[in-house]
Design a protein around this ligand. Structure first.
Ligand code: AMP
Length: 279
């Protein structure tokens, strides 16, 4: 990758390089990032790496869906120029001991439920940034806490990389696309619709002028409880700092993590900056 990067820099055209980091098991959400990267950059690299350090013990690392051949075909079809798909040993040789940590923001939301998760994410993403050296890197809004943690990391460690955040892609019925949706039975898939429904109802109540976070969270809870969904968290936080806010305002992140059977799903929306939230 370093040689390739040097060659691209040597080229007289000064081509820009975009990076789309993924863990594979690709779906339309990943491909929307690829398309945004192809629009914004001359060359696009995707990476596929199921990163062991972001899975806590007992999580689904071993059974995480791996569909490498199909992923390659999708990326090629989409027009990606380069694929970086290292082995675990290449990314973490036995002597490796350096981690990157964003301790405060990284311990909120999914960081609270999955201790060590964001330390794994920031470590692997910094490694990918150093390896690929992209001008821009593309991430999905679906993982809103990940976006906040990576924005802090890029700021604090002075990465000369622009983070581009792309909207959440959904199935026609509203369920956010996720590689983990493959784990769901038909009945569970139906039950999972309570998550986007709860977010819709919360958005509606905000639109009607409810600006109290407690009321918004009660709406989320009510919908999820009614569907028999086991809630991990519901929260109303500042989208950048992930700190809880008592009043919903433009830029507030409304987020859910919930278990459908044994599958943990997340979803969220950010209150638009230009929207009048409260009277
Ligand atoms: P993953 O393979 O789950 O690590 O995801 C790789 C990238 O795709 C991350 O930046 C995710 O936020 C993004 N992503 C996952 N699902 C979606 C979705 N439904 N819409 C948009 N981006 C997504």
């Amino acid at each position: 990758m370093h040689e390739l990067r040097r060659a691209l820099r040597r080229g007289s055209s000064m081509e820009t390089l975009g990076l789309v980091p993924t863990m594979g098991a690709l779906h339309e959400g990943h491909l929307s990032l690829v398309r945004a990267a192809l629009e914004g950059c001359d060359r696009v690299a995707a990476s596929i790496f199921v990163n062991p350090t972001q899975f806590a013990p007992g999580e689904d690392f071993a059974k995480y869906p791996r569909t490498f051949e199909a992923d390659c075909a999708l990326l090629e079809q989409a027009g990606v120029h380069y694929l970086f798909a290292p082995t675990t040993e290449e990314m973490y040789p036995p002597a490796a001991e350096t981690f990157v940590d964003v301790p405060k923001i990284g311990s909120r939301l999914d960081g609270a439920s999955r201790p060590g998760h964001f330390r794994g994410v920031t470590t692997v993403v910094s490694k990918l940034f150093h390896i690929v050296q992209p001008d821009r890197a593309y991430f999905g809004q679906k993982d809103a806490a990940q976006v906040a943690v990576l924005q802090a990391m890029v700021r604090d460690l002075n990465f000369d990389i622009e983070l581009v955040v792309c909207p959440t892609r959904r199935d026609a019925d509203g369920l956010a696309l996720s590689s983990r949706n493959r784990y769901l039975s038909e009945a569970e898939r139906e039950q999972a619709l309570a998550i986007p429904q709860a977010l819709c109802d919360a958005a509606e109540s905000i639109g009607q002028g409810d600006s109290s976070s407690a009321i918004v969270r009660a709406t989320l809870r009510h919908d999820l409880d009614a569907a028999g969904v086991r809630v991990d968290y519901t929260c109303v936080v500042d989208a950048r700092s992930l700190e809880p806010v008592t009043e919903v305002r433009a830029g507030s992140l409304i987020a859910i993590a919930a278990f459908i059977g044994s599958t943990r799903l997340i979803d969220n929306f950010v209150v638009p900056i230009d929207e009048e939230v409260a009277e």
